[in-house]
Design a protein around this ligand. Structure first.
Ligand code: NI
Length: 138
């Protein structure tokens, strides 16, 4: 069992009321779990902006595989950065479109740069980088 500390928080009643509503809507059974998630989210953001350690994230890409050389260019860039691309999944969405999900890991700047490069490629129609982590660094 992890070492747990209890602490009290004072806040505006209205603010807490709103927070409790959101917690209920999202299915939290108690405030502690919701507050822990908020703090973890903030710490993951810190890891991504600190650029000191490693981060992990997923990049979703939707592209038209009939666009000239898009598949080759995407694969080429991933091989070039094989140390950053941990894993990938490919789904054939329909006759024209592919969905790819990449798990990226490394220094934030490197991960962001690769994601931006892939997202900007001609033929890539939609995508997003989801910055994630444990909140305890990697
Ligand atoms: Ni495909």
């Amino acid at each position: 069992m992890e070492d747990v500390t209890r602490f009290g928080v004072s806040m505006d009643r209205k603010l807490l009321g709103r927070f409790d509503k959101v917690c209920r809507r999202k299915g939290y059974t108690n405030r502690s779990e919701a507050i822990r998630d908020l703090i973890r989210d903030r710490l993951v953001d810190e890891d991504w902006s600190a650029n000191g350690g490693e981060v992990v994230g997923t990049l979703t890409l939707v592209y038209d595989h009939e666009t000239r050389e898009v598949q080759d260019r995407l694969t080429g860039a991933q091989h070039e950065h094989h140390g950053t691309v941990v894993s990938s999944m490919h789904v054939h969405l329909d006759h024209h479109h592919c969905l790819e999900v990449l798990v990226l890991r490394g220094k934030p700047e490197r991960v962001r740069k690769l994601a931006d490069r892939l997202l900007a490629m001609r033929g890539v129609k939609h995508g997003k980088l989801v910055s994630s982590g444990t909140g305890k660094g990697l």
